[in-house]
Design a protein around this ligand. Structure first.
Ligand code: SAJ
Length: 432
């Protein structure tokens, strides 16, 4: 059993697995979240999270008495030697950072902090935010960062659907207000990860986190632009990208129905917004965002083209949407392209029936978790999410459900076009 007690503020997709992992390694962990429903579920062992191993691990450490949750953030701060803040940091509709949750958490920490404690920020933040926003709030209680308490920034970098695994295996980047702070955080994380622990100054670490997700956004935008061109050229973009990627220095990502989630569409805005404040326009990053945001609209165009191909019109058609989650095998709907696609289709006056094996929320039209009910008598099926369940569909059964002549718009390129067409369904895919 470790002597240190850890308080985790924010028990979301990453905060919860991380808290459970520290508890599993023998730390006494207290979690705080303003959402009383999450707190109640954790304490009664009823966590529902579609992340491999997390629910089991939480149940285990709660039953061992090593982990418990509360809505009382102040109490957690007072009772912990280490305080990790991992709350959401979204952007608004205009792409302006909304740091209210983080600022509130920091305020409570400041009011309840005592000397020699270690405070770590794990939320993704705009460049320079530790110095400009977080430190002044944390120091408002009269203690000084670096001399009275340790302060480090170490953003989470695990990929949703593999969070528990990646927390333990990814390299971790750690910045400290001084060397002692970085070393204290490094020592702590060495207990939960086998990955490399890279220390640097906080400003650099803030930028590293943002350029990682921006790289992915810009790369996907390039793939999407190539896909739009290839559709006109009569070239299969997927085939072309796969071959190009066999070059040792080419690592293109893949085109699709849109870029969702709460990180990749958001983090570039932290850079764009800060750059604007500093009088610089980040042209490439901005255009990449626009290209990726336009993909749901392109799906609508593909649906129209596909239906036209079988002499049907969108107005009189039943369209099935396969997938509400923002990516495969998760129940997370934040920033999902499905929302925009469904809204566009409803505006085009067709009947929309959506399905997802993990999600029970819908964005208009009809919704069911029963795939055969959703597919029945459909004129057009649109694949928006690359869930494994869709990759494994029995195409013969699938074809029987549809209203012939029928079409499929594969927004994730998960089906084999030849096999689909063998069943008498016309296949249209992004980039083909
Ligand atoms: N997507 C494409 N084409 C691709 C890859 C992804 O269209 O080639 C789409 C996906 O369908 C999805 C969206 O992009 O809608 C984002 O998915 P993702 O798997 O790329 O990323 P996230 O948001 O689930 O997780 C990312 C990860 N960042 C990087 O890989 C650089 C993860 O490691 C971060 O921890 C996470 O953001 C975060 O929290 O910042």
């Amino acid at each position: 059993m470790h002597n240190l007690s850890i308080g985790v503020i924010g028990l979301g997709y990453v905060g919860l697995p991380m808290a459970a992992l520290f508890a599993d390694r023998g730390y006494k962990v207290r979690g705080a979240d303003i959402n009383s429903e999450i707190v109640e579920k954790i304490n009664t062992g009823r966590v529902e999270i579609n992340e491999s191993g997390v629910a089991e691990l939480v149940r285990k450490v709660v039953s061992l008495g090593r982990f418990s949750a509360t809505t009382n953030v102040a109490e957690v701060v007072r009772g912990s030697d280490v305080i990790i803040i991992i709350v959401q940091t979204p952007v608004d509709r205009e792409g302006i950072p909304d740091l209210r949750a983080l600022e509130n958490a920091c305020r409570t920490v400041a009011q309840n902090l005592s000397k020699r404690k270690l405070v770590i920020i794990e939320s993704t933040i705009p460049p320079g935010a530790t110095e400009r926003i977080i430190t002044p709030i944390l120091e408002s209680g009269s203690l000084k960062a670096g001399s009275d308490f340790y302060l480090a920034y170490s953003p989470e970098r695990a990929i949703p659907t593999k969070t528990l695994e990646e927390i333990q295996t990814n390299s971790r980047i750690i910045g400290g207000v001084n060397k002692e702070s970085a070393e204290a955080a490094k020592e702590l994380y060495s207990n939960i990860t086998r990955g490399e622990l890279i220390t640097s100054d906080i400003r650099t670490v803030e930028v590293v986190k943002l350029i990682e997700n921006t790289y992915r956004d810009v790369n996907i935008a390039l793939a999407n632009e190539i896909a739009l061109l290839c559709e006109k050229l009569g070239v299969d973009a997927l085939k072309a990208i796969e071959i190009a990627n066999r070059h040792p220095r080419v690592h293109l990502h893949f085109p699709g129905a849109g870029v969702g989630g709460h990180c990749i569409p958001k983090d570039p805005h932290f850079l764009i917004h800060r750059a604007e404040e500093l009088g610089i326009e980040l042209k490439v990053i901005k255009v990449a965002r626009e290209v990726n945001e336009s993909m749901p609209q392109h799906i609508l165009e593909l649906v129209k083209k596909a239906l036209q191909n079988v002499n049907k019109t969108i107005e009189n058609s039943k369209i099935s949407i396969l997938g509400i989650a923002y990516k495969g095998n998760t129940d997370d709907v934040r920033g999902t392209p499905s929302k925009k696609i469904i809204e566009e289709l409803l505006q085009a006056n067709c009947e929309v029936f959506s399905h997802d094996p993990f999600v029970s929320q819908d964005f208009g039209g009809k919704f069911s978790n029963d795939l055969s009910e959703v597919l029945r008598d459909s004129d057009c099926v649109v694949i928006v999410t690359d869930h494994d369940a869709y990759k494994r569909m029995d195409l013969k059964e699938f074809a029987k459900s549809l209203k012939k002549p029928s079409v499929i718009v594969d927004g994730r390129r998960i089906l084999n076009p030849e096999e689909v067409e063998k069943e008498g369904i016309s296949y249209f895919g992004v980039g083909r």
